[in-house]
Design a binder for this molecule. Sequence first.
Ligand code: ADP
Length: 260
Amino acid sequence: MKLTTKNLTMQFHNKMALNHVSVTIESGGLVGLIGPNGAGKSTFMKILATLMRPTAGDVLLNGQSILRHPGKMRRVLGYMPQTVPIIPQLTATEYLQYLSALKGLPTTKANRQIKELLQQMHLQGAAHARLGGFSGGMRQRVGLAAALLGDPQIIIVDEPSAGLDPIERIMMRNLLSELAQTRIVLLSTHIVSDVEAVASQLLLLKGGQLVFQGTAPALIQAATGHVWEYVLPQGTEPQTDQAMSEMRQATDGIHIRTVA
Ligand code: ADP
């Protein structure tokens, strides 16, 4: 499997969310899409997931345009949005059964896969519990199981660890790096430490532009010495120590400056 973006550009009114992003992603290892909030990560992923059409440019799946053939992409794609849309009244099993029916998966095969997925996500004990009672981390793992229904070869995961505690974060990271051994897994995050240990490749977006593509050590090395600079408008700097520490993690080695 090979995904290529060519001059991918997305303009919302006068805002360039993506600016001529050209990149190739291949199977074999987790790909981390990093960058601060507003960098264009979600927009990039939504276009790859065929949920949005770009203003200009193209996305090729094994050389074929997914804009012209979105169905081909959808057949091999599992997408997990930033906020997993659950139905609180359903149990984890019922929810996954409902989604696999929507996807048109054969019932017997789907039921077998749902059992396996719940086990893989460490949710076998909660298979028949209602989603409304699930913790944030459990919901995210149900969301990942939902993205894996039908065994897609490309998994796109948007900020899966937002708001999770450290143990859940590590669990999610391990699950995704396990999946990346046999598929393309593209994971976005603004927390570099979520991916640097497990990603075989990092893509750094800043202001809609791809400013780096390479391994984590190469990024850290390149970032040292203020290659990139974060400029925060005055009054928007993180207000708490935790927010500041997350910001520092997201910008590893990148100089932070506040402007009036
Ligand atoms: P990230 O995921 O890195 O936080 P996004 O892709 O969500 O970034 O957003 C990139 C930029 O595009 C931001 O400035 C955001 O406000 C803008 N944007 C995203 N979606 C829309 C939209 N539907 N309409 C207008 N502007 C948008």
